[in-house]
Design a protein around this ligand. Structure first.
Ligand code: IPE
Ligand code: IPE
Ligand code: MG
Length: 253
């Protein structure tokens, strides 16, 4: 069953102006899944699917800027993804570095601020450096913050936050009694960024795959079978429209 029939062509594509008359989510998160299957269907190497995926991400970033969205968080590489064949991992690392180099000017021109969410551990230093350089070069941009979850794992993020909190308690910088949800949140990679309003997962899997487990407590979900390289601006706009029809109750009546 496709839970996202509303993303299909049967409804008209809402215009950006129409969407802006309603509540635009502040923060959208995306699990960009399905690159490998997209390539396989075309008898191409998996890396060709990842390359096609980068192009789609650029389009989606553009439409987010046009909509006036403040935060977009994309899952680009999970800690678990290191367990893939060496060839794919190496190809992905090369692709990340090249994509950042090629897209940095365009991102900057669009007022996009790039932020890395993830750990440095095991990342080739030149790849990590390209992310950090991009963060530095875009740090004053004000339109959209593009969070790239790279070498990211949500459980690891939480463990890391707890360790740092313990360290602060040991050094008397924080009292155990003071600890609350906001303080714990502030120790996560996402820091003071608001929680995602909407999480989109492409590729047809109905799972979280260790992504933003703490942050999605009250996030709305949108699953689509569309493989990430086939995902379009139009489908993104339909997902936003679909989100705008929902009644978020947060446990209240
Ligand atoms: C998502 O696409 C991208 C990464 C995990 C890096 P996949 O590579 O998981 O594509 P499928 O799920 O195998 O089709
Ligand atoms: C999640 O996709 C990670 C990214 C999109 C980067 P995976 O393809 O790695 O997730 P599983 O293995 O299907 O859960
Ligand atoms: Mg996958």
């Amino acid at each position: 069953m496709d839970f996202t029939s509303s993303l299909k062509a049967s409804i008209e594509i809402p215009t950006i102006k129409e969407l802006q008359k309603r509540n635009i989510p502040a923060h959208v998160a995306i699990i960009m899944d399905g690159n490998g299957r997209w390539a396989k269907k075309r008898k191409l190497p998996r890396i060709a699917g990842h390359r096609a995926g980068v192009k789609v991400l650029i389009n989606i970033v553009e439409v987010c800027v046009e909509l006036g969205l403040k935060f977009l968080t994309v899952y680009s590489f999970s800690i678990e993804n290191w367990q893939r064949p060496q060839e794919e991992v190496k190809g992905l690392m090369r692709l990340f570095r090249r994509a950042i180099g090629e897209q940095l000017d365009a991102l900057s021109k669009n007022g996009v601020k790039l932020k890395l969410l993830g750990s440095e551990e095991s990342v080739p230093p030149e790849v990590f450096k390209s992310f950090k350089d991009a963060e530095y070069k875009t740090k004053d941009n004000k339109n959209l913050t593009l969070n790239i979850a790279f070498n990211y794992g949500s459980r690891q993020e939480i463990v890391n936050a707890v360790k740092r909190i313990c360290d602060n308690v040991k050094k008397n910088k924080l009292k155990v009694e003071e600890l609350d949800e906001n303080i714990l949140s502030s120790f996560l990679y996402t820091g003071k960024i608001p929680d995602p309003d909407l999480l989109i997962r492409t590729g047809g899997e109905l799972r979280a795959s260790n992504f933003l487990l703490w942050q999605i407590a009250y996030t709305e979900f949108c699953f689509t079978k569309t493989l990430w390289p086939d995902f379009s601006k139009e489908q993104f706009l339909r997902a936003i429209y679909n989100y705008q029809q929902r009644n978020r109750r947060f446990g209240k009546l």
